[in-house]
Design a protein around this ligand. Structure first.
Ligand code: SAH
Length: 375
């Protein structure tokens, strides 16, 4: 078992269940027959809490349940009603502090996708994003990220949806700003849950050093870049980090990533009525991505309204026309379904809603999470 990184886990009470390394788990089981370690590891990977590990003698179950390091990182604060029974969203509350994160699980005919959070809150301050409007709370440890994946996988099984097939970092937070914990969680999911790195998509606002680092990593994860604008003026106005990493630097990093990995990059484009949804915007986007050739894939969704951003998402016709324009310019693009709208998407609406009077249920990013693997 790989050691987990603990970058500011905020775990003032010490590590939680999925932060423990194999050695630490073994130490907790000292004096027990050696096969107990594997039993506990398997049970934790399946999402069981110590009380539920019935292969263990009752006294050992009880002892583990009372061990502080075996506490779960989160408890469920709210579970949203499902959308036609195919989407479910949880607001999770940390057991160590006041941090809140969101997880969304979506069922499709051929796959089950979990959308998880990499941070509680987000410091990127994208103007249209509900999490960006909330601000940053804290980093999540890799154990806290892994726990979200384990919970989603268990829920998928319990609901009869089958095996979790994809995990996208499109919930709260900027994964590249918590790089070590995110990558470590992907490794652990591979080792302990048999989830291939290919099943994961890291979605970034465009942190150039993170993209370069990922390009050099021997890890087959997918990369998605939240572009939303193909000129620096517009992009800087809605995605402030663009001032630090302007488009020429971002595109150079993407090109390097594509050349090194030969993997496709997904570009996310939330269509904002009258702002980035016109024919000339499509042409500008096609020009920007041209150097990537067939390795660029654009995911389109209409912007979802959020309390702090007074703009509308593009209507259906405009979204289709935009896709067709991109196609005529030789760019692969897919319209993502607006799944998640009624459960508040995945971008801070529930956590934000808890703070907003009336708990606005406004949609966010779950639909981008829908199928990052492309068409
Ligand atoms: N910080 C990362 C991942 C989290 S957000 C990133 O920026 O990629 C996941 C995706 O949802 C991003 O593409 C983000 O720009 C998008 N998003 C956020 N708020 C949205 C909204 N109101 N409508 C549509 N997409 C939104």
């Amino acid at each position: 078992m790989r050691p987990l990184t603990r970058e500011e886990p905020g775990a003032r009470q010490g590590p939680s269940r999925y932060d423990l390394s194999g050695d630490e788990l073994a130490a907790l089981l000292e004096g027990e027959p050696s096969y107990r370690l594997e039993q506990v590891r398997r049970a934790l990977a399946a999402g069981l809490s110590p009380e539920e590990i019935t292969v263990l003698p009752k006294c050992l179950r009880q002892r583990l349940a009372e061990t502080p390091a075996m506490r779960p990182a989160f408890v469920v604060a709210t579970e949203s009603p499902t959308e036609r029974g195919a989407t479910v969203k949880w607001l999770l509350k940390a057991t160590s502090d006041r941090a809140r994160v969101e997880v969304v699980l979506m069922r499709y005919p051929a796959r089950v996708t979990a959308c998880v959070s990499s941070q509680a809150g987000c410091a990127m301050a994208c103007s249209f994003c509900a999490t960006g409007q909330m601000g940053f709370c804290r980093q999540l440890s890799s154990g806290e990220i892994l726990e979200q994946v384990v919970r989603a996988a268990r829920a998928a099984r319990d609901k009869g949806w089958g095996r979790l097939s994809n995990v996208v970092f499109m919930g709260m937070g900027e994964p590249m700003a918590n790089y070590g914990s995110v990558v470590s969680a992907v490794h652990r999911a591979h080792d302990d849950l048999s989830l291939a790195a290919r099943a994961f998509t890291i979605s970034t606002v465009g942190i150039v050093p993170g993209i370069r680092r990922l390009a050099a990593e021997p890890l087959q994860v997918n990369l998605a870049v939240s572009l939303h604008a193909a000129n620096d003026d517009l992009r800087s106005s809605i995605v402030p980090i663009n001032r630090r990493y302007p488009l020429f630097r971002l595109m150079a990093a993407c090109l390097e990533y594509a050349e090194r990995t030969r993997r496709r990059i997904f570009f996310e484009w939330a269509l904002i009525a009258g702002t980035n949804d016109r024919g000339e915007d499509a042409a500008e986007l096609a020009r920007l991505l041209a150097p990537l050739g067939g390795l660029a894939h654009v995911n389109l969704i209409p912007l979802n309204p959020t309390p702090g951003f007074l703009a509308r998402g593009s209507d259906r016709e405009t979204v289709r026309a935009f896709r067709d324009r991109l196609a005529s310019l030789g760019l692969n693009a897919t319209i993502r379904d607006t799944r998640g709208r009624s459960v508040g998407g995945a971008c801070g609406q529930l956590a934000g809603g808890a703070q907003l009077a009336g708990g606005a249920q406004l949609a966010g990013a779950a639909q981008l999470a829908a199928s990052p693997k492309g068409a």
